[in-house]
Design a protein around this ligand. Structure first.
Ligand code: M6R
Length: 606
């Protein structure tokens, strides 16, 4: 993962770099560092852990200069340490890197042979040393950087800064995104446009294989074949304001609370006044489609699993769902008339992007459902459907998940309408259920206290199981993911009916089992599975509606009452207790809710 920035400015650059890195900290927070050139002298500061540690260091050991590069790290090669922190320097060059240099072992051997010493365990150090080697041999900075780039295999976004060069950054993109920002007599480089938003809204996106020579007043780009490339400058709309917690203790709490509003926004952007689904141009004709392939990672994958039920039940389209990291290497056949759909909050997830590229030229259409409209996945799709969740900062995805579900359900309804599998009356019924969601979510959020109380008890567990059937099964998976990623409690989810085929052996009096079960057609079946758990002394947390609780509440360890809801939209509403249980459990355990250990918000390495 990692986030990189570069600034050729007219002011002291250290605070600008730190501010830009703050906006990239979602990419990793194992260490952070900056390098500057001041009157020709290259120097750097680095600190382990979050960016605040680098800020503190800069108070005591300031770094002057109007040209600089910066980095926030998610460790891949080498433990989080000051030594392994970027920028990596070798003689006259400093380098920041997002990605993985796959042939770094061969390069290290070659450099060692040539007498170079390594001080870090990182793959990136080879980039700095190679550049130094080429400069020692007489190449100028740009030539040396380009010669180095020719040697690299793997995925990278790189920025190079040079001793003696106050007006030069060399940048390159292969597999990891990189944006160049245009100021007035200033230029910027960033892993994404969000990092640069307070500095400029005029952005050039580098394309695969591009290399760029950046000065304060010029940008020269060469494509993968070495030819001069003319890349457009786009004016983008990103809220430049620093996102804040709006009085909440954590971003995650704020983002959970925002859901009634953002779901309302998503609905407003796709529903016409007369209750039809309107997609952005060029739209999709689902009568030209025989099959859907949905691909994503993590929470977005669970949104796809949910959507499978909707597309199959409502629109009668066969659906395959895959995790992107498996899909991309399985080389699945993609029959004609397949619509390939990629779901990603960030729009930058490396595996999802690679899976999308695999489908190019094979699938009839490539669609994406994204939160960041300027992201790589959005830009490389035939049609990108934004989810309108707003910036999501918490590493644990919450509002993006429910917005993804909402957009996917609307897409399934559009498919049903195109294919004539749903009557006008049934369509209106589903649309009205969607429209009721913001109010129902507000009511559900009023159960916060009950969830907090239950979470306090959950926080003492070592293992927690989640059960659900039908549309509640993917949600059970999402509930377990949320709990483990922020509370570090081991959690697993099963389709309720699968429990007796093995996992029931895990049940004893110490294991809480969260059962997601609105009073729907599958309720009785789920309750039977729940009874099997209670018969073995498992501690059941039943999440249901008033009718469900009245029928099945007896003997449970805890229960949470949700508003009564239309079956089709239930997973969107029931996501809230799943999120709040995880949130309050993590708070009770005192973990780092917004930036849990070992994780990053955007996974740009495979
Ligand atoms: O940005 P994406 O939606 O592509 O990210 C996919 C996953 O990395 C992400 O959903 C991850 O699982 C979250 N941490 C879950 O809360």
């Amino acid at each position: 993962m990692c986030g990189i920035v570069g600034v050729l400015g007219n002011h002291e650059v250290a605070p600008i770099l730190v501010e830009a890195l703050k906006r990239l900290e979602y990419r990793g927070y194992d260490s952070a560092g900056i390098a500057t050139v001041n009157n020709g002298t290259l120097d750097r500061r680095r600190a382990v852990g979050k960016l605040v540690n680098l800020s503190d260091l800069l108070v005591h050991e300031p770094l002057a200069g109007k040209s600089g590069i910066g980095h926030t790290r998610w460790a891949t090669h080498g433990a989080p340490s000051v030594t392994n922190a970027h920028p990596h320097m070798a003689g006259p060059v400093a380098v920041v890197h997002n990605g993985i240099i796959e042939n770094f072992r061969e390069l290290r051997a070659e450099l060692a042979e040539a007498g170079f010493q390594f001080v870090t365990e990182t793959d990136t150090e080879t980039v700095a040393l190679l550049t130094q080697m080429y400069m020692n041999a007489g190449a100028g900075p740009v030539e040396a950087a380009y010669q180095t780039l020719d040697r690299l295999q793997g995925a990278f976004a790189l920025a190079f800064l040079f001793q003696g060069e106050n007006d030069l950054i060399v940048a390159a993109r292969k597999g990891s995104p990189l944006a160049i920002g245009h100021g007035h007599g200033e230029m910027f480089v960033g892993s994404d446009a969000i990092a640069l938003a307070p500095l400029t809204d005029r952005i050039t996106y580098l394309e695969e294989g591009d290399r760029a020579v950046v000065t304060r007043n010029s940008l020269e780009i060469h494509d993968a074949n070495g030819a001069l490339a003319n890349r457009a400058i786009k004016t983008i709309q990103i809220d430049a304001a620093r996102v804040d917690k709006a009085g909440h203790k954590h971003f995650m709490a704020k983002e959970i609370a925002e859901q009634p509003t953002v779901i309302g926004n998503a609905l407003a952007n796709y529903l016409t006044a007369d209750g039809h689904i309107a997609l952005p141009d060029p739209g999709v004709d689902f009568t030209a489609i025989d099959r859907l392939t949905l691909v994503a990672c993590g929470t977005a994958y669970y949104a796809c699993l949910t959507a499978k039920y909707w597309f199959e039940q409502i629109a009668r389209i066969p659906v395959e769902v895959d995790v992107a990291s498996e899909f991309r290497y399985r080389e699945p056949p993609i029959p004609d008339r397949t619509l390939a759909l990629f779901v990603s909050q960030s729009g930058e997830t490396a595996d999802t992007l690679a899976a999308l590229r695999y489908c190019e030229g094979k699938a009839a259409r490539i669609l994406s459902v994204v939160n960041v409209p300027e992201s790589s996945i959005a830009r490389e799709s035939d049609l990108a459907l934004p989810i309108h969740a707003g910036i999501e900062v918490g590493v644990a995805s919450t509002k993006a998940f429910t917005c993804q579900l909402t957009v996917l359900l609307m897409l399934a309804l559009k498919a049903a309408s195109d294919r004539g599998t749903l009557s006008e009356e049934a369509l209106a019924d589903h649309v009205s259920a969607l429209r009721s969601l913001p109010a129902l979510m507000t009511t559900a959020l009023e159960q916060n206290k009950a969830m907090q109380n239950t979470a306090r008890r959950l926080s003492e567990a070592r293992d927690v199981l989640f059960l659900g059937r039908g549309l509640m099964y993917p949600l059970a998976l999402e509930g377990a993911l949320k709990l483990k990623e922020i509370s570090y409690i081991h959690a697993e989810a099963y389709a309720s009916g699968e429990l007796k085929h093995g996992p029931i052996a895990l049940i004893d009096k110490h294991v809480p089992v969260v059962v997601m079960a609105p009073r729907d057609t599958l309720f009785d079946k789920t309750v039977s599975n729940m009874q099997e758990v209670m018969a073995r002394k498992g501690k059941v947390v039943l999440i249901s509606d008033a009718a469900g609780l009245e029928e099945a509440n007896e003997g449970v360890w805890a229960s949470i009452c949700m508003p009564t809801v239309h079956n089709a939209v239930a997973p969107i509403l029931y996501a809230l207790p799943a999120q709040l249980l995880a949130y309050h459990t993590a708070v009770a355990k005192g973990t780092d809710v917004d930036q849990p250990r070992n994780l990053a918000k955007s996974v740009t390495v495979e």
